[in-house]
Design a protein around this ligand. Structure first.
Ligand SMILES: Cc1cc2nc3c(=O)[nH]c(=O)nc-3n(C[C@H](O)[C@H](O)[C@H](O)COP(=O)(O)OP(=O)(O)OC[C@H]3O[C@@H](n4cnc5c(N)ncnc54)[C@H](O)[C@@H]3O)c2cc1C
Ligand code: FES
Length: 294
């Protein structure tokens, strides 16, 4: 059975106030599975605190191919086993996806704010919509597992919209499917829709086409993906009234803890945010403003 389907106990999602202090731990690879063009990497990290959905870590194999560690969203956690969905785009990610069982890895985290589940689920919550592009699906298995342990039941309505380049990249959506099935097993309504840009699954379309067709008033959106996709999601979501959106941003990172200012990103009001310290999750309004309708 693939490791992402194997789950003996639920992940106790820490609330914002109770999240553990970040630690730097020397761990080792517990498993690595290819999912099309992406990989599912699991690290055994002794003493690693429970991460919240949308939080990230810095990973650095020992010995490292790159001087700086690389940032990854926590995609799943079962006790001291932490999993990541990784797209091999350069030397750091390629080294990680080529690791074998028992290879040593430094892991620092959990870092950043993550998605605020209390706000996402606050009444009068109607539906949570998770929107991911490519490897931006990474935080969603953990988010769905947190919903399964903290808010499951027949009243919970979740829609997951994933966009991929092609069917090979879409194989990386399997851990999201497995987590959605666990959530649905608890009685919640949870549906997944997938779009591929090249039409290798269904019609050729973008995740924003799915969103435009599906969105309705009162939806709460948790979004993760490339910058251009995030901006397009915001434009699409603004067409439906009463939507709330939270975006998990990516940025080039060095320290991961607010010291180097390498991850600075411009907010709509012109101020600078540090993605690692102030984010990586931001509201749509703070990033993109409310635009012409103002
Ligand atoms: C908070 C956060 C969470 C992330 N979560 C994941 C995840 O779950 N899975 C995953 O595969 N990747 C994730 N990333 C992106 C990942 O950190 C980068 O892909 C990685 O650092 C690239 O390292 P590299 O040495 O392989 O490639 P590099 O040689 O460093 O870069 C290769 C190419 O990717 C671009 N690039 C590098 N870093 C980033 C970045 N952070 N954002 C956008 N483009 C970048 C470079 O400009 C270059 O074109 C995350 C980044 C952040 C900041
Ligand atoms: S990565 Fe150094 S300040 Fe954010």
């Amino acid at each position: 059975m693939p490791r992402y389907e194997n789950r003996e106990s639920g992940h106790e999602c820490p609330g914002r106030g109770s999240r553990g202090k970040a630690v730097r731990v020397f761990g080792w690879v517990a498993g690595s599975e290819r999912l099309g063009s992406l990989s599912w990497l699991t690290i055994h990290a002794p003493g690693f605190p429970a991460a919240g959905p949308g939080q990230f870590v810095l990973l650095q194999p020992e010995p490292p191919a790159c001087f700086l560690p690389r940032a990854f969203s926590v995609a799943g956690q079962r006790g001291e086993e932490i999993s990541f969905l990784i797209s091999p785009v350069g030397p750091g990610t390629k080294q990680l996806t080529n690791l074998r069982e028992h290879d040593p890895v430094w892991i620092t985290g959990p870092l950043g704010n993550g998605f605020d589940m209390d706000t996402l689920l606050a009444p009068p919550m109607r539906r949570a919509v998770l929107v991911g592009g490519g490897v931006g699906a990474a935080p969603f298995p953990l988010l769905l597992d947190c919903l399964a342990t903290s808010a499951s039941g027949p009243d919970l309505d979740v829609l997951v919209l994933l966009g991929f380049r092609n069917s090979s990249q879409a194989e990386g959506g399997q851990p999201v499917r497995a987590a959605a099935a666990r959530l649905a097993a608890g009685g919640a309504s949870c549906r997944i829709e997938i779009a591929t840009e090249d039409g290798s699954i269904g019609k050729a379309r973008l995740v924003t086409d799915l969103l435009a067709a599906e969105q309705r008033q009162g939806d709460r959106l948790a979004v993760c993906g490339p910058q251009a996709m995030c901006e397009a999601v915001w434009q699409t979501a603004r067409e439906a009234s009463g939507l709330s959106c939270w975006f998990s941003l990516e940025a080039n990172m060095a320290c991961g803890v607010g010291s180097c200012h390498g991850c600075a990103s411009l907010r709509a009001d012109g101020s600078l945010a540090l993605v690692c310290r102030d984010g990586p999750v931001f509201t749509g309004e703070s990033l993109y403003g409310v635009g012409e309708q103002e």
